[in-house]
Design a protein around this ligand. Sequence first.
Ligand code: AMP
Length: 526
Amino acid sequence: MTRLEDLLTASAERSPGSTALVGPDGVETLSYADLDALTNRIASMLVDRGVAPGDRVGVLAAKTPWTIASLIGTLKAGGVYVPVDSASPAARVARIVRSAEPTVLLADATAETLVDGLVDEGLPDLTVGSLESPLEGERFTTAFAAGDIAALDPTRPDVGKDPLAHLLFTSGSTGIPKGVMITHDMVSAFVDWALGHFGTKPGDRISGHPPLHFDLSTFDIYATLAAGAELHLVPASLGLDARRTAAFIRDRELTQWFSVPSVLTYLARFDAVGQDDFPALERLLWCGEVLPTPILAHWMRKLPRVRFTNLYGPTEATIASSYYDVPSVPEDESVPVPIGRPCDGESLVVLDEGREAAVGEIGELYIGGVGLSPGYWRDQEKTDAAFVTGPDGERIYKTGDLARADADGVVHFLGRTDSQIKSRGYRIELGEIETAVNTVSGVRECAVVGVDLGGFEGTTICCAYSVTEGAELPVNDMRRAVGTLVPRYMVPAKWLVLDELPKNVNGKIDRPVLRERFRPAPKESE
Ligand code: AMP
């Protein structure tokens, strides 16, 4: 079994002076030797503060070299890290913290208010380590700060190991985020395949775009460290600035870019990529949702020397389970590119009512093999519902995706069987938003639907609601209230206040009709 922290140590032994991490500002860098020593010190501090093998360490911090070091430091302490989305409101973070029960929470200045909010949410006894100078905050005690860590001896502590590496909390349909358990083995199997497939090498300059609570970031981190390459952390502030994002790829001379499709769509829509731009770029990868084919074709025409790969997979099966290297600019831009074939050690099975679907037949996609998670953190019921036994007796994960396999064994993605959506790459259960809306006082009924309105974000989140008699709940108040319950990216972009929600013959909310209500009316001439 390869331990993820050992990937760093092995590269540090091979090339201690090479750059491992470059911060979002381009100034803060850590060499392999420095990162190895820093992570040893963080591990010693965590052990000293009571972290035992298998204990969780929560991380509420911006994506910086120090934050990455704290993840690996946790592994070196035998712990399991839990990166928490610091864009989430305190109520949601508190639910995650209560579930993960971290022995220590590592935070930085960006999380000060949030940590105070956790105290308000009834979590007063957190041990909070600061990744910087001691944090200010009326009601939380700083257990230790960056200066205390720097003073420690850089010897790696000798501690027991746990198979779990991290917990990643994803949106849950009942309003409670689900913690997917990720082991060292799951990630290292994917990294092994990826290094071979993409030929990642020392000196490669790799983007670190997705947030740390999103499993795509684990590919960037561990494939970079295993290869002895450089990880360039993309500033979150670039978010929606297409030109600055393009300049980042150009100026950092990145050899690999990996992100969710909405970023690529955004850059294409703003025409931020020049002909034969990014001369250092060797490959461009995306994962997480469908990249519209016209956008892919635009990129491929602009960058004819670059290799383009679609990666597909859910968090529950680690980063990606299948890949498709796009051989040439798609001729028919109305056809989506396939999600391809399984990565080494993985299997994709399309089932129709429990049996393997025939070639070309649509069914639900299940995944088996080396990437499979042991399940959801402390939730046997959800684990048993999602991780089932396949036709050949193998353990498989029910993705909720619709797919078909063609005669060459290439798999095509066709949509979802449920109300999970992707918006700007974020995995969102519409049920989680509905649960939040329903808790707002004055709401009689609500429905949240995803509608493709052609925006770069992919699916637009739309909410219709009615209010109880006598109540007043204008959209602005509603938006504000929901914003205190779910992260910003889950707050519906479009709203409708109705006297009554449309119902189908069974008396259920008619979601297809509602979706149509959110589409703009066709123009007179159409
Ligand atoms: P996540 O756990 O956030 O990675 O989300 C997993 C889900 O995202 C999958 O079950 C799919 O619905 C969707 N997904 C991931 N990759 C792709 C892709 N390349 N094409 C289409 N959908 C994708």
